[in-house]
Design a protein around this ligand. Structure first.
Ligand code: SF4
Length: 415
């Protein structure tokens, strides 16, 4: 039955995100996969000796979303989860010896194109199976004032890999790259534009408006949903302009629910103001509509002590705190989403050993609360993007599981 199979696959994904994944050299003969790149962050402190896939596909949900459960490859050569090729077949070997059939998302269809004599993929990344991701700036002025978010690795990762000559990309290049990528690759259904803060909050938003206007025609023709992820502006009326530029959704990320911990973990955002960020989210719901305004929180660090010591995290308490954040944001008609903490060693917090079972339990209950909130139209089939877009977190997985559970319960009542 789909609900049970989906639940098992989602549990498997929780373990893969928590414990990482090892990749056997045997996969080298399989070359058509979207290989690992560093969109925002590196996901591991380990360097693989071969080219490895960014994601693995572990389950197809034909019942509700028509999409795949897909898991990010958080490469860990010591992990007991191993991807390998056996008799030409890709499999995931579990710690107990059990085998799951898996596949890799293929290369994007724009990988031979260029912008400004540079490979287009230096500007645009394919995330999962259908999401087009762009980083406007890999710098953030919080790093200049030493007030960067303590989990953030955006600038140090850029400095190590420098895939584009400047940390802040030219908007003209981004517009050209996005238009070309969307024309060339018809698997895209969503665009997300993310950034560090550039110059000022309002200036950052102006850059989004420029890009939004530059891709509006292609986006509308191709019926692609676009999402802007940034800090709110000083002048809230700028939020109206973001909507006018063609963005369908907006994220203003709170990252930490507890206000005291917020002041410690995200000191730059604390200067902007905890309450002001919440006011901006409330304002945005009037402009973008309920169900189109999001705020991210980081799973794994909501209950850190003030010292930011990571050794004694109690994941029962972490789950409770995260669910408190879910209720708080739903209460103001904002959709909470969660990234799952990871560190490649380039941030201040450092490594955290997550627990796969607790990670699963959190997203299972999270999904029920979001599904029950009625903020999401039935036609959407996900919280944002799609099940197949979000390999590095599990909010859509939790939502789809709740939808399947609800279908199962309705059937049981009818029988
Ligand atoms: S706002 Fe925080 S998380 Fe975002 S780029 Fe700046 S430092 Fe990083």
């Amino acid at each position: 039955m789909s609900y049970i199979d989906f639940r098992e696959a989602m549990k498997l994904k929780a373990y893969l995100l928590a414990e990482g994944l090892n990749i056997d050299k045997s996969i080298e003969s399989n070359t058509n996969f979207n290989y690992k790149k560093f969109h925002l962050y590196d996901h591991s402190s380990e360097t693989p000796s071969i080219i490895i896939p960014d994601d693995i596909i572990i389950f197809h949900d034909k019942e509700y979303s028509g999409k795949d459960i897909i898991s990010r490859n958080r490469f860990n050569p010591n992990s007991k989860w191993l991807v390998k090729l056996i008799n030409g077949k890709l499999v995931l070997e579990n710690p107990d010896g059990k085998i799951n059939d898996i596949s890799f998302p293929p290369r994007p269809l724009f990988d031979n194109l260029e912008v400004n004599n540079q490979p287009l993929e230096k500007l645009v990344t394919k995330l999962g199976t259908d999401l087009c991701g762009v980083i406007l700036s890999n710098n953030c002025f919080y790093f200049g004032s030493k007030k960067e978010c303590k989990f953030c690795e955006i600038l140090p990762t850029y400095l190590d890999y420098k895939s584009y000559p400047t940390a802040t990309k030219k908007t003209k290049h981004l517009i050209d790259a996005l238009n070309k990528a969307l024309e060339a690759d018809n698997t895209f259904e969503h665009i997300v534009i993310t950034t560090g803060n550039v110059g000022s909050y309002d200036k950052t938003l102006e850059l989004f408006i420029e890009v939004g206007k530059g891709i509006k025609e292609t986006k509308d023709t191709k019926k692609i949903i676009s999402t802007a992820t940034l800090m709110p502006p000083n002048d809230f009326t700028y939020i109206d302009k973001l909507k006018e530029a063609g963005f369908d959704n907006v994220y203003f990320d709170l990252e930490i629910l507890d206000e005291n911990l917020f002041n410690i973990v995200v000191p730059g955002k604390a200067d902007y103001g905890y309450q002001r960020l919440i006011d901006a989210l409330k304002y945005a719901t009037n402009i973008f509509g309920k169900g189109n305004v999001f705020s991210n929180l980081v799973y794994g660090i909501q209950t850190l002590p003030e010292s930011l010591e990571t050794l004694n995290i109690d994941f029962i308490k972490e789950n409770q705190k995260c669910l408190e954040a879910v209720d708080f944001l739903l209460n103001i008609n904002v959709l909470p989403v969660f990234t799952v903490y990871h560190s490649s060693g380039r941030n201040e917090i450092g490594k955290i050993e997550l627990e796969g079972s607790k990670l699963f339990e959190f997203f299972e209950e999270y999904g029920r609360r979001i599904y029950g909130s009625n903020l999401i139209p039935e036609s959407r089939k996900s919280i944002i993007f799609s099940l197949g877009s979000t390999s590095n977190t599990m909010y859509n997985d939790g939502f789809v599981l709740a939808a399947l559970e609800s279908q199962k319960n309705k059937l049981a009542v009818e029988v």
